[in-house]
Write a protein that binds this ligand. Structure first.
Ligand code: PLP
Length: 452
């Protein structure tokens, strides 16, 4: 039987009341697109306070990896809470040690690794930047246009997916130089291999004219660019970065905050290309919704900073560690493979949709990290920003939770436990929304000219 989605106008009466209260007391800085006021969730389904049901293909910005309130994760959190809520990272507890051991087993690095615990993606990135500066004694970094790494002053210095994230906050951390991220759909350089072109730009232009490589501590890169548009780099790009870093004694940091923990059908996205970073940052999907981040580094590097060089109060919180251990069990056992399998199914269906609607310029991604870029027409490839915004909002009104990325890309990042039936349901809502939006956004046909 077909499940119903929306029973009230949106926002419904209870949601409206809460939104009015919120407007007086919550920061207006949150980049909220539409008024979803959550009541509860289960798997890939969420309900609002007025009893409307939605299919969640955003998962709290790629966080609820095991689905909403997975019983095994909830039980692990409850068990941990019964024991103690907090002790601080100045002390030891088994959950934190077990999670660090688990990272050592799972890590894409072939050498032993150590973990630094934080609460969010941005703090994991800050820790990575500090470690890189500390151990290399170098001050500069290279980041990528379109990259997103967080909103604190160090990570913000790299973040460049939208200028609104920067506007009003200058100066951020000094010493960051941005280079283009390879984009085969919108090439900036001549030639078919945009990855190779970017590597040559760094080596032959940047290092020759502006940035002494001997002063660069690290290159910070997303193995698949997330917020910037779900861009999958061409083969050879990450391995080329690895070679370039090795040649100049530069550390390579992979930000797997969004792409890690099974999302792309491998535990870490960079494993699709078999490239090892020196440092890796994690958060989002790691705790199934509990706030946890980890900066993982080769032991040979992490061992170089000394007591007191970096720390925090909440790192290694016992509830978060318990949630992460339960999440990793589920992802490793089942959901990573499921993301690969259902992701392939989803991708094929989206490609078919692209064949039907020329506004779909490109569908790209890996596993359940999929982007669908909308363009005004396939020749000019002008980003169809208005159309994309309208699609996201209208999809919500139909019962499908989505977010955008880049300028006009719809991103799909559902929980990793979804089934092909969930994909079919989402696609039905998506196509119906797309048709509606195309009709309402189409320029009016001029009247008054009699048909000949
Ligand atoms: N790095 C990447 C790749 C991200 O996608 C994000 C958030 O979207 C961050 C870092 C920052 O994470 P947080 O919002 O938890 O600080």
């Amino acid at each position: 039987m077909k499940k119903t989605h929306i029973k009230t106008d949106l926002p419904g009466p209870k949601a409206r009341e809460l939104l009015a209260r919120d407007a007086l007391v919550d920061s207006p800085s949150y980049p909220r697109d539409y008024p979803f006021v959550m009541s509860h969730g289960k798997g890939a389904e969420v309900w609002d306070v007025d009893g409307n049901r939605f299919l969640d293909f955003a998962a709290g910005i790629a966080v609820c990896s095991t689905g909403h309130s997975h019983p095994a994760v909830v039980q692990a959190i409850k068990d941990a809470a019964d024991r103690f809520l907090h002790i601080s990272s100045d002390y030891w507890h088994e959950g934190q040690v077990r999670l660090a051991e688990r990272m050592n087993e799972l890590s894409p690095m072939k050498v032993p690794v150590m973990s630094f615990f934080a609460q969010s993606g941005t703090e994991s990135v800050e820790a990575a930047l500090k470690l890189a500066r500390y151990v290399t004694g170098r001050g500069r970094f290279i980041g990528f246009l379109g990259g997103f790494h967080g909103r604190t002053m160090g990570s913000l210095a790299f973040t460049s997916s939208k200028y609104t994230q920067q506007k009003g906050f200058f100066p951020t951390m000094a010493g960051v130089t941005h280079v283009p991220y390879p984009n085969g759909y919108r090439p900036l350089f001549a030639g078919a291999d945009q990855g190779r072109a970017v590597l040559r730009y760094i080596e032959d232009v940047l290092f020759v004219h502006n940035v002494p490589p001997s002063e660069v501590a690290a290159i910070l890169v997303e193995p698949i660019q997330g917020e910037g548009g779900y861009l999958v780099p061409p083969d050879g790009f990450l391995s080329g970065l690895r070679e370039l870093c090795d040649r100049h004694g530069i550390l390579l940091i992979f930000d797997e905050v969004q792409s890690g923990i099974g999302r792309t059908g491998k535990m870490f996205a960079a494993q699709h290309w078999g490239v090892e970073p020196d440092i890796m940052t994690l958060a989002k999907g790691l705790g199934s919704g509990m706030p946890i981040g980890i900066m993982v580094a080769k032991r040979s590097i992490m061992q170089k900073w000394s007591r007191g060089a970096h720390g925090n109060t909440f790192g290694g919180n016992p509830l978060c560690c318990a949630a992460a251990l339960a999440t990793l069990d589920l992802v490793e056992r089942e959901y990573c493979a499921n993301a690969g399998k259902v992701g392939d199914y989803f991708m094929k269906k989206l490609q078919r949709l692209a064949g039907k609607y020329p506004v779909v310029g490109e569908v790209r991604g890996k596993g359940l990290m999929i982007g669908m870029e909308l363009v005004t027409d396939p020749v000019s490839k002008t980003p169809a920003k208005k159309l994309c915004d309208a699609l996201i909002t209208r999809a919500f009104h139909k019962g499908l939770i989505l977010l955008s990325c880049g300028q006009s890309t719809v991103r799909f990042m559902p929980p990793l436990m979804i089934t092909e039936a969930d994909v079919d349901e989402a696609l039905e809502l998506l196509e119906a929304t797309l048709i509606e939006v195309l009709v309402s956004e189409r320029p009016p046909v001029s009247r008054g000219v009699a048909a000949g």
